[in-house]
Ligand binder design. Structure first.
Ligand SMILES: Nc1ncnc2c1ncn2[C@@H]1O[C@H](COP(=O)(O)OP(=O)(O)OP(=O)(O)O)[C@@H](O)[C@H]1O
Ligand SMILES: [Mg+2]
Length: 340
């Protein structure tokens, strides 16, 4: 087994917005780590804080109040100046988004964008930069790489743009790549190709990947570990093998029950009734309690801490006191509020 070495350690990260002089907390005291070369998935309903958590790892949460500690190779990223961030961003940590046009410049050729990114971080000749760019475009499966360098983003298909964005994110061989729903906008065949590509880059270049998705199937394909988020909290975290075999938190169980491929054929597909609490309406209790089929009085009195129930499995639920939660959820609401 590969020896584990921590690459990124997030401790008690909290993120809040200021709106009309009000502080609106979004992410609350989350702690997690990523090992070198590891693939970690973040799953959770829309609005639970996945993207703003990942933005804070890129120093892009300018409008927020962010507290806690993000240790990356011995430095706390939250204390970096913008100048220091420029050395980390795109070099040690890079990011790919759902929509490649958000990170590609429409007015610049692919070649210019790739070589300029290389010049920012490396002392390199124009010829070497071009060779590196061509090599990377080939690595991400793009043919006729040399002629691609002369093209503008709008001249490429969606799948090609996504590959170019991955190539750009890989330019400086980052230690961590954050992928925020990178395949959601693509059709299924292209999606599978992009996932295979990311897995290949992870294995061959030992790039750790933080993979944000709504899709549990994608998590199973690409991730070693997964974190389930709910209303700005981590409610469950563990190895993919373990979580897929023995999900413990009622919310995680609900997620699995709401995805057709993870249900026994004869069982009815369920959705979790109720809604995620709106930012600004968070109470000091278990955030999932109002929707939880196992709600107990204490769930409405305080927040359950995220606790280890196995060495590689953490759950934030008062049901865990007596060991594993082996019940199946009883919620069979016909609610249209889908779990995912
Ligand atoms: N600039 C902002 N000002 C105020 N609130 C914001 C801002 N950006 C995001 N939020 C709020 O923060 C919460 C978390 O947003 P985030 O984008 O991280 O969610 P997400 O989990 O990535 O959702 P999705 O799956 O839809 O991408 C949401 O409730 C959102 O409305
Ligand atoms: Mg998002």
């Amino acid at each position: 087994m590969k020896e584990q070495e921590v690459l990124l350690e997030v401790k008690k990260l909290s993120i809040a917005f200021r709106q009309k002089k009000q502080r609106v907390p979004i992410v609350h005291h989350i702690s997690f780590s990523i090992q070198k070369g590891e693939t970690l998935g973040i799953v959770g309903e829309s609005g639970c804080g996945k993207s703003i958590t990942s933005m804070s790892l890129m120093g892009l949460n300018h409008q927020t109040e962010t507290t806690g500690d993000i240790q990356f190779e011995g430095q706390n990223l939250l204390t970096l100046s913008e100048k220091q961030w420029r050395k980390v961003r795109g070099n040690d940590i890079s990011m790919i988004f759902q929509e490649p046009m958000t990170s590609l410049n429409p007015l610049m050729t692919i070649g210019k964008q790739m070589t300029e990114a290389l010049f920012t971080h490396q002392t390199i000749s124009p010829k070497e930069a071009k060779t590196n760019a061509i090599h990377l475009l080939q690595t991400v499966g793009l043919k006729q790489a040399e002629s691609l360098l002369k093209k503008y983003p709008h001249e490429l298909s969606g799948g090609m743009r996504q590959r170019v964005m991955i190539a750009m994110a890989m330019l400086c061989h980052p230690k961590l790549m954050i992928a925020d729903e990178p395949t959601t906008a693509l059709d299924v065949t292209i999606q599978a190709q992009i996932l295979r590509l990311l897995k290949k880059l992870n294995e061959e270049m030992n790039t750790a990947i933080l993979f944000i998705t709504h899709d549990l199937g994608v998590v199973r394909q690409i991730c070693q570990r997964v974190m389930i988020m709910y209303a700005g909290r981590i409610v469950e975290e563990g190895t993919v093998d373990r979580i897929f075999q023995k999900p413990q938190h009622p919310y995680t169980k609900g997620l699995f029950a709401s995805v057709p491929s993870f249900k026994e054929k004869k069982e009815k597909l369920v959705s979790i009734s109720g809604h995620v609490p709106k930012p600004g309406t968070i109470q000091a209790c278990c955030q999932f309690a109002p929707r939880c089929p196992y709600q107990m009085p204490q769930c409405l009195e305080k927040e359950p801490p995220l606790q280890s129930i196995e060495p590689e499995h953490r759950v934030a639920c008062f049901l865990m006191k007596g060991g594993e939660n082996t019940d199946s959820p009883t919620t069979t609401s016909e609610s249209t509020d889908k779990a995912l």
